[in-house]
Design a protein around this ligand. Structure first.
Ligand code: RB5
Length: 152
């Protein structure tokens, strides 16, 4: 599995921690920035990561901004992206079991480093349950087909 990772300035420090952790977990990680401390706009980095996942070029993504809210809003504009804002362990587990989330979003100003690392471990080691949850994901797909305007 390959993972696309991105953040804004508020998520940079945590992003670097997560890159190291993913390396330790033997998960290949592609960094889409930001890589400097200067203030940047989270939609630019959310778009880079979400595009890869939406196009099926990279299987999973991790996005980090200050709260995780902005990155979640951006990522869920992309067809096929199921981004879950997980600032706690229960949500991290459920977002994989029930929602088959393919982008993990966290708030660098919300979660501490150790909790964030545990969220990543749980999120990457939990499988989708399928069954009735697949029926629901198929309904989301139908909504996307009806309402999302695709880039030409
Ligand atoms: C940046 O100050 C902050 O607004 C951003 O990181 C994020 O929290 C937006 O949702």
């Amino acid at each position: 599995m390959r993972v696309a990772i991105g953040s804004d300035h508020a998520g940079l420090e945590l992003k670097n921690e997560i890159i190291t952790l993913l390396g330790d977990m033997k998960i290949e990680c592609i960094d889409f920035g930001t890589n400097g401390a200067q203030s940047v706009d989270y939609p630019d980095f959310g778009e880079k990561v979400s595009k890869e996942v939406s196009a099926g070029k990279i299987e999973r993504g991790v996005l980090i901004c200050g709260t995780g809210i902005g990155m979640s809003i951006v990522a869920n504009k992309f067809s096929g992206v199921r981004a879950s804002l997980c600032n706690d362990l229960f949500t991290a587990r459920m977002s994989r079991l029930h929602n088959d989330a393919n982008i993990l979003v966290m708030g660098g100003r919300i979660v501490g480093k150790d909790l964030a690392k545990e969220i990543v471990r749980v999120w990457f080691s939990t499988d989708f349950e399928g069954g009735r949850h697949l029926t629901r994901l198929n309904k989301i797909k139908q909504i996307e087909e009806r309402f999302i305007r695709h880039e030409l």
